[in-house]
Design a protein around this ligand. Structure first.
Ligand SMILES: Cc1ncc(COP(=O)(O)O)c(C=O)c1O
Length: 383
């Protein structure tokens, strides 16, 4: 039996209602939302509005029309980063951030436009708000930080960092790629200006879906122009949201699936889902830390972790270990650097080629985790 432990990359399986919604869209809504006044086009448009409202409710975010649909988390981050920064700006980010933050920033920095400071995690595996405060400059326009590490699962102090950014006159962009769906993400309580997240990870929607929420009053320049189905006689891109940022046909089936996914969270009760993730963290941490000669970097408290953990097995290449887990047990995990090279450098797992990441999902059972533990104790890997 296949055991999937790569829910940090994308969630699997999805709730049945998500799959049904994708099929239903393909079968019954042969239309592009907002293009045409016939029933199906109007219904597809209503579905998108309903998704924006459900997401706003789920994240306690005002202005549903400011939920912008993107291709994935990376696309949302690119829009937020490249749409807000200007020549001469300074940016603060962290060593825990993903290449979908690091690479756009690297590009802008190597073009001579911006200057970037990376705040490292301390030995306790956490990024400290004080260190972010110390990195701020008078020219800092943006602080961008992941809410939870995709390598260690460490939860970062989003609220404190938002306050530091605002005190310094900067915008705060939170990358909620791994937190949304696993722990509470309350846009109002966290006081974020821009929230980027994929629909296809713990939110349980289909691939090809992502969202950028933009706080009212935050100015973002669009990266793409084109048809929106609105003001079609005008040569310029409409300035009202969401059309300003959503040119071209939507991923209708994917977004219909995402609506079913958010509805699934709301009907299950988000607290029930968060509690299950917390339990998964405890079980996974217990299994990994009970193995001999294994390093599990990151915070020791489960309050500060989501169930994504990486482990370095002394003397064993992480890619080979991942390959052998698949070959011998059909257990799917990911070795290497997880698109977060600075995190591995910071955690000192780089020199040995990274680590093996384990990411159970909501549907992972306690028995699945026991099977994983047994496999890790009994597998044979030649050095
Ligand atoms: C922390 C973090 N940010 C951003 C992303 C990018 O998300 P996507 O794969 O939807 O582009 C990922 C994906 O692994 C991630 O872990």
């Amino acid at each position: 039996m296949t055991l999937y432990f790569d829910n940090a990359a994308t969630s699997f399986p999805k709730p049945d209602s998500v799959l049904d919604a994708v099929v239903h869209y393909h079968k019954h809504l042969p239309a592009s939302a907002g293009r045409g006044g016939y029933r199906e086009a109007v219904e597809a448009g209503r579905m998108l509005a309903s998704l924006r409202e459900s997401l706003a409710r789920y994240l306690n975010a005002p202005h549903p029309e400011r939920m912008i649909f993107t291709l994935n988390g990376t696309d949302a981050l690119n829009l937020a980063i490249k749409g807000t920064l200007r020549a001469g700006d300074h940016v603060v980010t962290t060593s825990y951030d993903h290449n979908s933050v690091l690479r756009p920033l690297h590009r802008l920095e190597s073009d001579g436009l911006v200057n970037v400071t990376h705040v490292a995690a301390r030995v306790d595996g956490l990024v400290h708000a004080d260190d972010v405060a110390a990195a701020m400059k008078s020219t800092t326009r943006l602080v961008v930080m992941t809410h939870a590490s995709n390598v260690t699962g460490a939860i970062l102090p989003a609220k404190e960092v938002a306050q530091i950014a605002h005190r310094g006159g900067a915008l705060f962009l939170l990358d909620a790629a791994q937190s949304v769906g696993r722990i509470p993400v309350d846009v109002t309580a966290l006081d974020v200006d821009l929230l980027a997240f994929p629909g296809h990870k713990a939110l349980m929607g289909p691939q090809g879906t992502g969202v950028l929420w933009i706080r009212d009053g935050v100015d973002v320049a669009p990266l793409r122009e084109g048809g929106t189905g609105s003001r079609s006689d005008q040569p310029i891109q409409p300035t009202d949201l969401p059309d300003r940022f959503e040119p071209g046909a939507h991923n209708g089936p994917g977004l219909a699936g995402l609506l079913a996914a958010v509805s699934w969270h709301l009907s299950m009760g988000p607290e029930v889902i968060f509690a299950r993730h917390r339990r998964l963290s405890e079980l996974l941490f217990g299994i990994l830390t009970s193995l001999p000669r294994v390093l599990v970097p990151g915070p020791a408290s489960m309050e500060q972790r989501i169930p994504i953990m990486s482990a370095q097995f002394a003397g064993v290449d992480s890619l080979i270990l991942a390959q052998e887990l698949d070959r011998q047990f059909e257990i799917k995990v990911r070795g290497g650097f997880h698109c977060a090279p600075l995190a591995h450098r910071n955690l000192e797992t780089s020199a040995a080629g990274g680590a093996v990441r384990f990411a159970p999902g909501y549907f992972t059972t306690d028995a699945d985790l026991e099977t994983l533990g047994l496999a890790l104790r009994t597998m044979t890997v030649s050095p």
